[in-house]
Design a protein around this ligand. Structure first.
Ligand code: ZN
Length: 110
């Protein structure tokens, strides 16, 4: 990996972390427990409970990705960054650009 690639990956990580923080804040709003006191019909209550479950799932996915990105950012200046944790080969820079949180090469991830 060239220093330019490393810099570009770093920029992408920071950008995605920013986007994820916004998404997480929005999802935290929509995944709040449905208030049972609200005078809404049974169907719309079921709708909002379903929406809440979906938001909750997306929220935990987003939080997990954010954590992985934070770890990737911590490691990006280390020599071990971009090295597959399984086989020790270089992870393709193109893969890291799309998925900077990846710790496995394409072969080992499969
Ligand atoms: Zn590997």
């Amino acid at each position: 990996m060239t220093p330019e690639q490393r810099r570009e990956i770093k920029t992408r990580i920071e950008k995605r972390m920013q986007e994820l923080r916004i998404t997480i804040a929005q999802l935290e709003e929509t995944s709040r427990p449905v208030s049972l006191d609200q005078p809404i019909g049974r169907l719309s209550r079921m709708d909002s409970m379903a929406n809440q479950a979906i938001s909750g799932q997306r929220l935990s996915d987003s939080k997990r990705t954010l954590m992985r990105l934070e770890r990737a950012l911590d490691r990006i200046d280390d020599d071990s960054f971009g090295i597959c944790a399984e086989c020790g080969e270089d992870i393709a820079p193109g893969r890291l650009l799309i998925m900077p949180e990846a710790t496995l090469c394409v072969d080992c991830a499969e």
